[in-house]
Write a protein that binds this ligand. Structure first.
Ligand code: ADP
Ligand code: ADP
Ligand code: ZN
Length: 220
């Protein structure tokens, strides 16, 4: 299954993607995680991306298109993938169809996770991350021990772009640059399924699995 998980910052893409990747045994490709990993390792790409990410702005399209193209050509994507956080602009969506076309593949479904703004703001302000990629929420999904990752024991951190000013900017960027992709995919005749992401984590997961199982898509 070739899936795009679509939704505003804080809608639960990363949380759901980790569970879906395990259940359907397909790689979870998060462009945000790839960029943060580059930042941590202080690569040229990471240093270039940092100023955009800290402000909650989008990193230039050519950078993201390159990252995604490389990642999708790796062998673990042969029987499917779950894209989280890409595409975020029209040029990125166009590039994705071209990349997949050249590989003889196509997207099967775009899953749109819908959550109202006030809920997104609450979620992001209380999101805490771990270097291992796990994410928690201080109220809705707290770690067993305060500030410590359940999975690896590292201390959790608050992303710079999860502070109030950057959150508001990211929601604005989403509305202007990313949300129009819903129209784009509708016009393209893409299978676009909207999920109510305001429900609890496991309810949202069950709903997504129900939708995916109904599609009965084979390996592609
Ligand atoms: P969230 O999970 O909160 O939506 P991400 O972890 O996906 O955020 O992304 C964090 C930041 O990384 C974005 O605000 C942006 O600066 C950058 N980024 C990630 N994916 C993309 C993309 N496809 N295009 C441009 N910038 C991106
Ligand atoms: P995204 O990748 O779309 O930015 P995340 O998966 O990181 O979103 O979720 C944002 C924050 O909200 C995290 O702190 C996460 O633990 C929490 N969260 C995710 N899904 C839900 C949910 N259904 N209800 C409440 N909190 C959630
Ligand atoms: Zn961890």
């Amino acid at each position: 299954m070739n899936i795009v998980l679509f939704g505003p910052p804080g809608s639960g893409k990363g949380t759901q993607a980790k569970m879906l990747a395990e259940k359907y045994r397909i790689p979870h490709i998060s462009t945000g995680d790839i960029l943060r990993d580059n930042l941590k390792r202080k690569t040229k790409l990471g240093l270039e991306a940092k100023s955009y990410m800290d402000k909650g702005e989008l990193v230039p399209d050519d950078v993201l298109i390159g990252i995604t193209k490389d990642r999708l050509s790796q062998s673990d994507c042969a029987s499917g993938f779950l894209l989280d956080g890409y595409p975020r602009t029209l040029p990125q969506a166009d590039a994705l169809s071209k990349i997949l076309n050249a590989m003889g593949k196509k997207l099967d479904v775009v899953l749109n996770i819908d959550v109202p703004d006030d809920e997104l703001i609450k979620r992001l302000a209380g999101r805490r991350m771990c270097v291992c990629g796990a994410s928690y929420q201080i109220v809705f999904n707290p770690p067993k021990q305060e500030r410590i990752c359940d999975l690896c024991g590292n201390t959790l951190y608050h992303r710079d772009d999860d502070k109030e000013e950057a959150i508001m900017n990211r929601l604005d960027v989403y509305k202007h640059q990313t949300q129009p992709l819903i129209n784009y995919y509708t016009k393209e005749g893409m299978m676009l399924l909207t999920v109510n992401g305001a429900a609890g984590i496991s309810e949202v997961f069950d709903e997504i699995c129900r939708l995916l199982d109904n599609l009965k898509i084979g390996d592609s």
